[in-house]
Design a protein around this ligand. Structure first.
Ligand SMILES: Cc1c2[nH]c(c1CCC(=O)O)Cc1[nH]c(c(CCC(=O)O)c1C)Cc1[nH]c(c(CCC(=O)O)c1C)Cc1[nH]c(c(C)c1CCC(=O)O)C2
Length: 361
């Protein structure tokens, strides 16, 4: 599989993901292809969001935009898509106007019957696999390509809430009122995620990330009960499937946003090579908790990018000191996605600061 594509010229990400203390931290940014880029907004003027996702040609073009703009500064590309393509593959309608909206969310466990009984991943999400293949070729080995999916708890929450939420009242009602049915649905989503990630790796993804964006909505007790088992199921089963199909393993990243009280559990039993952290935990503290069992990824508060060059430089310097304070790999990133109002030149400054302050002498 690997040999079908141009050889990789920058393996910093892969080395850091395997736990190596690299000469400087590799850096990429969640949502690096997005609305803060004028070249992205230009494509969106004439194409709907999911149209961009579904067109391998457009998805590739958009994935490459930040790699070209920040040439030599970014160490990975992430395929342009969305976590909500999995609920779509399971038979749900999802609109983006401008935030996600499900016209028919799951209201009671009885509604699970409305989901497709089996999901043919190639038929439903083959367009993502095509986009990965095309992007691998077009990247020409400049940087590795990351594939991704949403974590089952986060997808479950969207499928039940029907969109974003402040209280997660409906999704949590399910957890507490129908724990068995909730676990059954979480498992069903997990199975689709495994198929999807294996397909992405076979298509050319060189790392994969699982986004549990709503992990911090759960108490650590409920995270352990409802989200963690699904995350662990995914890492285990992806690895087993790859081995059975004689496909080389790739590093797996888990970003359980804000689940900082569960870092020990994730490092010990999650089965991921890399754990993403948000800005609510100090890098040095995170490092103390996980030791050198996993690589850490993160974690500057994305809104520091609004604070100007001085603020960005100070924050990067402090972040680098924290991550370098103990043994283990570090992948620099923000603590969550970049937001639409950021000046692209301020992101460039962030990347330059990471190159400077993460260097190990
Ligand atoms: C929760 C979540 C979603 N999608 C995603 C998550 C997990 C990460 C996170 O927590 O931010 C993941 C995602 N969404 C997108 C990517 C592409 C790759 C990348 O550059 O990181 C990735 C990895 C593109 C996108 N996904 C979306 C956009 C903007 C939509 C547009 O183009 O109009 C992009 C570039 C839309 C989207 N998609 C989603 C929301 C809530 C929204 C609307 C709000 C927002 O814009 O942040 C669901």
């Amino acid at each position: 599989m690997e040999s079908a594509f141009p050889p990789l010229k920058n393996d910093l990400m892969l080395r850091a993901a395997r736990g190596e203390e690299t000469e400087r931290a590799p850096v990429w940014v969640m949502r690096q292809a997005g609305r803060y880029l004028p070249e992205f907004r230009k494509i969106r003027q004439s194409h709907e969001f999911f149209e961009v996702c579904r067109s391998p040609e457009l998805a590739t073009a958009v994935t490459i935009q930040p790699i070209e703009r920040y040439s030599g500064l970014l160490d990975a590309a992430i395929i342009f898509s969305d976590i909500l393509v999995v609920p779509q593959a399971m038979g749900m309608e999802v609109q983006m106007n401008p935030g996600p909206h499900f016209p028919e969310p799951l209201v009671t466990p009885d509604d699970v019957k409305k989901l497709s009984p089996v999901v043919d991943i190639n038929k439903e999400l083959g367009y993502v696999f095509e986009a990965l293949k095309r992007t691998r070729k077009e990247l020409d080995g400049k940087v590795p390509l990351i594939g991704f999916c949403g974590a089952p708890w986060t997808l479950f929450a969207y499928m039940i809430e029907g969109g974003g939420s402040k209280t997660f009242e409906r999704a949590k009602t399910w957890l507490f009122k129908y724990p068995e049915e909730s676990n059954a649905l979480l498992l069903r989503i997990s199975e689709v995620c495994v198929d999807f990630l294996v397909g992405q790796i076979k298509a050319g993804a060189q790392l994969v990330q699982v986004f549990d964006s709503w992990a911090d909505e759960l108490s650590s007790h409920d995270f352990r009960l409802f989200s963690f088992p699904a995350l662990q199921y995914i890492s285990r089963n992806v690895r087993t499937r790859l081995a059975a199909e004689k496909v080389p393993a790739v590093p797996m990243i888990c970003f359980a946003k804000g689940a900082n009280l569960s870092l020990e559990l994730l490092a010990e039993q999650g089965g991921y090579d890399v754990l993403g952290i948000n800005w609510q935990i100090d890098p040095a503290e995170a490092r103390k908790i996980v030791g050198d069992r996993v690589t850490l990824q993160g974690n500057m508060d994305p809104t520091v990018l609004y604070g100007g060059r001085d603020a960005i430089e100070k924050a990067v310097k402090r972040m680098a000191e924290g991550f370098k304070s103990g043994k283990g790999g570090w992948i620099a990133n923000l603590g969550h996605g970049i937001t639409p109002g950021v000046d692209p030149e301020d992101l460039r400054w962030f990347l330059e600061c990471v190159h400077k302050y993460s260097a190990r002498s």
